[in-house]
Design a protein around this ligand. Structure first.
Ligand code: RFL
Ligand code: PHB
Length: 396
């Protein structure tokens, strides 16, 4: 097989890139190691920035999102016995976020791609990328026990943080800049209507908690736990009691409880691989960078990366100019580090470190009160949370 752009990984980044390249007339093939059911069911992000929503619409993948997605005009910060609502459109000149699960985005993109192309191969595990710094790189993969190769003009690594492409550049040609955190998120899905119409981010004396949702009937909740926590160690009753104690800190607000249908513990990390290019290999999405989930940025960054790549390959295809491709790494790293900063800020402001001293807690509360008391401070948070507009993927 051969193609112009070989895409490693069929998560949201790889699938959307394929859709955008197809729209620009650039040939590509997606190789995904897992089966379709696994990729469609993997529980992950829930919040789409306005720019992400606009891109999905522009490439014809927005129909079900527009029907079923929940448009949110605000988030609530809960701390120190106080609740403050960050009004997103008022503070950002009209930008909002949409609750539409990553599982649904992926489902929509897969069904479009299987119906209209370009080729998408499941159960195709990429084992190596050869000649990334030559004119004709080769992607080696294994499918049904058989080794195969895809000859490409360019390769894009969209294979996530545990993929193979981020380790293709030799150590002398890449830098990994990262930070770990001394806590994890315990996440549950529950068959119960959300307790609030909007997301609640809570700083409590017992630690961070987040109330999110997947639909008007399904809640998604998280609370911070020590690293290494085994989800099986918590009974359902203990989980609900812990969540209630972290959220029920203002007025007579009560948490709705119901059957828990899924649970997991997620460690968190900030990490960026620089540069996001090595020869003819480009990295996008979690393959290039990850953020802790507190700012809801990961999926949106992945989308913005592939929008830029689609513009760059489109420009090359249309008039032979590699200028956008050459600028890709620098262009994206600037935006990536903005999101890294915001995600780290949200995480370190809302979580309690093990044995955190009272001084550190007072600083967190001072920062949260500042956001609630100053339109400027609130606007800074709102702008980052609602996101910055990516360029038009089908132009440029
Ligand atoms: P993915 O989704 O990890 O997809 C990578 C794909 O590559 C495949 N793969 C391979 N394929 C072929 N050969 C190989 N050798 C391969 N190795 C791997 C994998 O099977 C997979 O299908 O990366 P992508 O596409 O870059 O997408 C990134 C997002 O998934 C991620 O950033 C977000 O989920 C992060 N995130 C959130 N982002 C948001 O914008 N808003 C949120 O509200 C939000 N919440 C979250 C999150 C991530 C979470 N977890 C689990 C880390 C909440 C959580 C709990
Ligand atoms: C989610 O709904 O999974 C979610 C929402 C907001 C976040 C992280 C995760 O900051």
């Amino acid at each position: 097989m051969e193609t112009t752009v070989g895409i490693v990984g069929g998560g949201p980044a790889g699938l959307l890139l394929a859709r955008l390249l197809h729209a620009r007339g650039v040939a590509c093939v997606v190789l995904e190691s897992r089966d379709r059911g696994y990729v469609e069911r993997r529980q992950r992000a829930g919040i789409l920035e306005q720019g992400t929503v606009d891109v999905l619409r522009a490439c014809g993948a927005g129909e079900r999102m527009d029907r079923e997605g929940l448009v949110h005009d605000g988030i609530e910060l809960r701390f120190d016995g106080r609740a403050y609502r960050v009004d997103l459109p008022t503070l950002t000149g009209g930008r909002r976020v949409t609750v539409y699960a990553q599982t649904e985005v992926v489902r929509d993109l897969i069904s479009l791609q299987l119906a209209e192309g370009p080729p998408l191969l499941f159960d195709a595990t990429v084992t190596a990328v050869e000649g990334a710094d030559t004119a004709r790189p080769v992607v080696h993969y294994r499918r049904d026990g058989v080794d195969a190769r895809l000859d490409c003009d360019y390769v894009v690594g969209c294979d996530g943080f545990h993929g193979v492409t981020r380790t293709v550049p030799p150590p002398a040609a890449r830098r990994v800049v990262e930070r770990g955190y001394p806590y994890s998120w315990f996440g549950i899905l529950a068959d119960v209507p959300p307790s609030s119409d909007e997301l609640v981010y809570a700083h409590s004396p017992r630690g961070f908690a987040l109330a999110s949702m997947r639909s008007p009937h399904v809640s998604r909740l998280y609370f911070q736990v020590p690293n290494g926590t085994d989800p099986a160690d918590w009974s359902d009753t203990e989980i609900w009691a812990e969540l209630a104690s972290r959220f029920e800190t203002v007025g007579d607000w009560r948490l709705r409880t119901g059957p828990i249908t899924a649970r997991s513990v997620l460690p968190m990390r900030s990490s960026v691989t620089e540069p996001m290019r090595h020869g003819r290999l480009f990295l996008a999405g979690d393959a290039a960078h990850i953020v802790p989930p507190t700012g809801a940025k990961g999926l949106n960054l992945a989308v913005a990366d592939v929008v830029e790549l689609a513009r760059a390959f489109g420009r090359l295809h249309d008039d032979g100019s590699p200028d956008l491709l050459d600028a890709y790494s620098a262009t994206r790293l600037r935006a990536v580090w903005r999101a890294e900063h915001f995600s780290h800020f949200m995480t370190s402001t809302l979580h309690l470190a093990p044995d955190q001293d009272p001084f550190a807690t007072r600083l967190q509360l001072a920062q949260l009160h500042r956001i609630a008391d100053s339109r400027h401070a609130a606007a800074e948070l709102a702008e980052n949370y609602a996101g910055f507009a990516p360029p038009d993927p089908l132009a440029g």
